[in-house]
Design a binder for this molecule. Structure first.
Ligand code: TMP
Length: 237
């Protein structure tokens, strides 16, 4: 597509977003920067930006094929993708199949405990407040999303879980949990942001080896190798 990259409008911890000559399109650029614990831990995961860009786009295409609308338009380069110019709903939408991370800590449940049903939770995307958990009535009360939008977001999140769980099971990976973000675009809620080892927990189905950002968060070593391994499995290389 013939669009020109214009000024940067946003820089997050892992990506930059640029305006383009088309007001309905943005360009996202993925960085190798990694943070954890709300920016307290900082580092670099060499090659992460390329993997997260390409992997997200593979996942967005898979989800589109399964009837989920996403912001994906076209991969422009190793690190850059053209996306629909959504307005992000400031929520972290988290689905869990297996207890891990903050869920295990909060409820005193051993990591790896299989949950009887997938869980859905929301956090308010606000670094200054440390992304606090937020419930549906808070979200509508604070005008963050309408009840109908929340229903659409929840339905989308569970459907994404069904599609991704099956896909990852097929390549020997357990999808433990993941975080997505939704955006508004032309009066619709669509999937935005990224789907990558930064935003999902992936465990090898046989060994339970962690193949995601927990290797960075917890100083487990072989961080780059884990990103590469998950990407290789996805692309069958
Ligand atoms: P948690 O167990 O730390 O709450 O994380 C749940 C999932 O959300 C996990 O797959 C990692 C992802 N996540 C993000 O994508 N961004 C974040 O800022 C956090 C805290 C978690």
């Amino acid at each position: 597509m013939n669009v020109t990259k214009l000024n940067q409008i946003y820089e997050g911890k892992a990506k930059k977003v640029f305006k383009t000559s088309d007001e309905n399109l943005y360009i996202v650029e993925y960085k190798d920067d990694a943070t954890a614990f709300n920016g307290v831990k900082k580092g670099t995961i060499t090659g992460k930006g390329v993997i997260n860009n390409k992997m997200s786009n593979i996942m967005f295409k898979l989800l589109e094929q399964n009837g989920i609308k996403t912001h994906f338009v076209e991969e422009l380069s190793d690190r850059e993708t053209l996306v629909k110019a959504v307005k992000i709903v400031p929520l972290e939408i988290i689905i869990r199949n297996v207890a891990a991370g903050s869920f295990s800590k909060r409820y005193g449940v051993e990591e790896g405990t299989i949950l009887k049903n997938p869980t859905l939770e929301f956090s308010l995307k606000d670094d200054a407040l440390n992304d606090p958990l937020i419930n549906n009535s808070h979200i509508t009360a604070l005008n963050i999303a309408t009840e109908q939008e929340l229903k659409n977001i929840s339905d989308m999140a569970y459907k994404i879980n069904d599609v991704m769980k099956k896909f990852f099971a097929g390549i020997g990976i357990k999808l433990i949990d993941f975080k997505i973000e939704a955006g508004r675009f032309q009066n619709e809620i669509i999937l935005a942001d990224e789907i990558s080892p930064d935003t999902c927990r992936f465990w090898d189905a046989e060994t339970n080896k962690k193949l995601d950002k927990d290797r960075f968060r917890r100083d487990l070593g072989n961080v780059e190798e884990a990103y590469q391994e998950i990407f290789s499995r996805i692309t069958n290389k």
